[in-house]
Design a protein around this ligand. Sequence first.
Ligand SMILES: [Zn+2]
Length: 144
Amino acid sequence: MMETTSISSALTLLSSILGMATKVNEREFNQAIIELQKALLNIQKEAAQLQQENINLTNQLSDLKQNLIDRSALEYDGYAYWVKIERGFDGPFCSVCVDNEHKRIRLTRIPGTFSGSTYRYDCHVHKKSFLIPIDVITKHTPVR
Ligand SMILES: [Zn+2]
């Protein structure tokens, strides 16, 4: 990262050099120093912008890390995600939310069967329904 304090000291030095140069009254020399001063001021401005950008990116990264779920603990069965627990699986969890948002959102079972062989599960976050074969659900249901 650019050191804005060192740029500030360079600018201070430049100001005193400019003061001396005024006494010498070398027009071209003065002009060059003025240009150099402008360039340094621009660098200082850019460094401040980069620092701000760095802060923003660091904050974004920290937010993302906080929302990140442990995907290695999840198993996908072609319909939904499950988490292996001691006596079976916890779930199902919405595959769209896991894949898109990196969030583990539990699906809500809608009573009854659909087409005779599937259960309907809804994601309350993105308002989607999933039809999951009953045998897939049974396979994941914790042993009682
Ligand atoms: Zn979802």
